[in-house]
Design a protein around this ligand. Sequence first.
Ligand code: GLN
Length: 315
Amino acid sequence: MENKGCSAEQIKTTLAQIRERVAPSAKNGRVASYIPELAKSDPRDLAVSVTLLDGTTYSVGESNKRFTLQSISKLFSLLIALIDQGPAAVFSVVGKEPTGDPFNSIVKLEMISSHKPLNPMINAGAIAVSSLISGEDVAARLDKILTLLKRMAGNETIAVNRRVYQSERETAHRNRALAYFMKDSGILKGDVEEILDLYFLHCSIEVTTEDLSAIAAVLANNGVHPITGQQLVPAEYARICKSFMVTCGMYNDSGAFAINAGIPAKSGVAGGILAAVPNKLGIGVYSPALNEKGNSLAGALFLEELSKAWNLSIF
Ligand code: GLN
């Protein structure tokens, strides 16, 4: 969709109409409950923000509501690890291939002879990537991720939701299993509990859809902030992120989503989706009722409809 030929009124009308059409589908989904704090979210919420590359943002629904990034944060731990250590070091601990398995699956870690997690968008891969982020302590490493997100979103108030963090930390038995397995096989160097802590903290960073769409617009704009013109992320690393978003961003639903929407996107179990349409716009979605693959049900449908309405598919 080009801004030209599409007035602000038309953009708002399209967003409102799609919201009305897809919102009822949320009743077929369920909010995540394996992290107890997430079970408190309201399944009726459906918020969407779109940021064009001139910096203008349009929103519908509860766009002031905060939710945690969860797996969306895997993009930013990846970016910081790439900036800190470079691609060769990052891809020595994590692969570049989709898994076809659920995001927290353990099965391939043992079966693949290198024991390397297949990609940075699954839990094992993101934990391995987080282990590469340098910094004196966990707080300093987290601060690198937060600083990047604040700059991309243009919002200094972005912070961790401590209740969600504690809730995940106390119940993360499966993530602990993944991490200790990787420690045993030599993929993780360093203190496992510290690495896990950084992972839980970055998953618990809170945003609104307006933050998400602004952040997505930077990725869409090849790492350059659309308003300030600052190169916040090297273009090459923004490209790596968008490639992973296409192949692995929607977990083991990525193939169907590529066909149905054709937009690089990354989802999280709190119900958020960050979508970046290269050289066009950024989108932030929030609707916490998930489908069986762990993606926002109404959120993914919204993106599919918006892609058709504005011809956003990159394929
Ligand atoms: N923090 C969540 C977990 O590790 C993130 C998973 C997700 O959003 N898919 O289980």
